[in-house]
Structure formats: C-alpha cells, structure tokens
Write a protein that binds this ligand. Structure first.
Ligand SMILES: [Zn+2]
Length: 72
C-alpha cells in the first residue's frame, strides 16, 4: 500500500528515504539493466539507512496504492 512513515521496529523515519531509493533504482533501470545487489546496498548506505530493520521496510515494500485506489 503506502510506505509506512516510520520503521515498525526502531521508529526511524523511512518514508522520505523510500522515495530517494526508488529514484535511485529507476535511474539504474533507465540504463536498461536490473540493479545489482551491490548497487542496492550502496544506495541504501548512501541514504544512511544502516539498520536492517529499516532496510527491510524499504526493500520489502510493494507500492499497491495506485492499483487499489480505483476500487475505493
Ligand atoms: Zn528500523
């Protein structure tokens, strides 16, 4: 659905980092290749997302809001 504003475990704000993460991944995808594990790791490190609880919030999120909206 919508990315939670804060990490469920530690309370760090992750919603603003998610947008930057998505922009970084889209930039890599625009070159025609899939982001590698190292590129994903570097993007998260550059954003300052260090704890794995916060990383899972960003990595495991699936944006479904645009698909759900027509039915609400
Ligand atoms: Zn966290």
């Amino acid at each position: 659905m919508i990315i939670p504003v804060r990490c469920f475990s530690c309370g760090r704000v992750v919603a603003s980092d998610y947008e930057k993460f998505k922009t970084g991944m889209d930039k890599i995808r625009s070159t025609g290749k899939k982001p590698t594990d190292a590129e994903i790791e570097k993007t998260l490190d550059d954003l300052g997302v260090e704890r794995y609880c916060c990383r899972r919030m960003i990595l495991s999120h699936i944006d479904l809001i645009d698909e759900i909206l027509p039915f609400s």
